[in-house]
Write a protein that binds this ligand. Structure first.
Ligand code: ZN
Length: 162
């Protein structure tokens, strides 16, 4: 069972996702889907001076996938590419169930997703946005060849209300 406090946090991010919607002037966009659950996410980043100057997401899916993306965008803001990559690794460790209590505590609100480790079928939901971010950090850009002003190529409507 998810801790009640953590469950509230996840539901809050699901209902009021932070940094939701296309990012104006994004450098890269990576889209990911999780067919098992029907989750779809696009992560957009703006990189300036080797740092994540901005990170936003949009899409739809289950509460775990959307809340994880929302929490991620808050946590990676302003981080260097290396720091963001390290955070992705630490988050994966958290979901593997192998993170120590201290390591979990150091992740702050992200620790709310630790309970997902008990539900292997939901791991893909929790990791969807993170895998997209990692690909974006690695240079992938699904928006290549598409005018940067056009967003949401795989989504019928990139705005809220899907
Ligand atoms: Zn899901």
């Amino acid at each position: 069972m998810l801790d009640e406090l953590y469950q509230d946090l996840i539901l809050d991010h699901y209902r009021r996702p932070r940094n939701y919607g296309p990012l104006a002037g994004a450098d890269r966009r990576v889209e990911r889907t999780n067919p098992l659950c029907g989750d779809r996410i696009a992560v957009e980043v703006k990189i300036e001076g080797g740092r994540l100057a901005a990170c936003r997401f949009y899409g739809h899916g289950c509460s775990i996938s959307q809340a994880s993306a929302s929490l991620m965008t808050e946590q990676v803001h302003g981080k260097s590419i290396d720091e963001a990559r390290a955070l992705v690794a630490r988050f994966r460790e958290l979901l593997s169930g192998e993170a120590s209590a201290k390591a979990a505590a150091d992740l702050g609100e992200l620790a709310a997703l630790r309970a997902v480790a008990q539900f292997p079928v939901r791991l893909k939901c929790a990791l969807l946005a993170w895998n997209a971010l990692e690909a974006a950090l690695g240079g992938q850009d699904d928006a290549k060849g598409v005018a940067k002003s056009e967003t949401g190529s795989v989504f019928s409507d990139p705005a809220r209300g899907l």
